[in-house]
Design a protein around this ligand. Sequence first.
Ligand SMILES: [Zn+2]
Length: 337
Amino acid sequence: MAMAMAMHHPHFHTNPAFCWLSVRNVPNTGSDLPLHLPSPTKAIDKTKHQLMNGAPVPVTKRRKVAVFWDLDNKPPPPKAQPYDVAVELKKVAGELGEVVDVVAYANKHAFRFVPGWVKEAREQRSVLDQMELEGVEKAEQPYVCLICDQKFPINLDLKNHLLSYHEKERQRRARLLKKLKNSPLKERQVLEAKEQLYLEASRNVLIPEVGYGLEYELKRAGICVRMVSDDPQAADRALKRRMRQTIKSKNADCLFLVSDDTDYEEVLMAARSKGMHTAVLAKTVALEKSADVMLSWFEFMSGDARIVANRAAREWIIQEKPDQKPSFEEANYGSGL
Ligand SMILES: [Zn+2]
């Protein structure tokens, strides 16, 4: 079912490059969403269109949204790049207000797991590598090392180059980083930037020892990822704890949950009792009673969830200020991270 959704909705990229096996040295594809969606927030100058008695809304009064993603319950759908899913999630949440926090929790299994479609793409890449090696297949563009710009006619050469040269360099860097633990921040930052570049250069070429890069891709999208123990309920418990902390600290005005699990009902109800708004993104309507707005997985995959979220934000303003009639665009006074 989920796979069918992914395949019928071109909103998400299904480029096998993500699974660390670029077919043609495909560049980072994570930044080119959206494909065809309306962007209600782009067209207006937010500072001129804030509501609340016609006066600009002070920054402190903006609705703050905290997003809680139960990755064990709702992993990224098959064939969708986790980076793209994460970016879209932030955009949907951004329609409800200013996104102040996005966390994703899962047990170790979720990060070790390699989905079938990733395995398939790896096999395809392996076949293509062999064909390139035998000269049966030829890449239109050379494979370029993102670290040193060196070009290679076949993917396997780039792979060997990364392993034999940059990987060794990386090991030396790791040793140095350990030694520099207490040295000036700037020195460490230079090394850390090099490490990021290595991860970026190798993500489409080398197969990670475990998993398929889920953690790295989500972090790359700016999500705070937490790995919990393998206990099946560990992610729920940790996420609920974090949600309660948010309610208590009043760090957000809206809790946005990604899960179908009814165990969250209580904490969502607690948020509402404190005057907070609640939004739930799920495949079912199991949490409907405790959600001010339900966003379906189907809408999310097609990109329509942003419109639904925007509409909800507009209704919330009307509820708070019945004499105000915000336009579609004006409903949003938040932004992404
Ligand atoms: Zn290189």
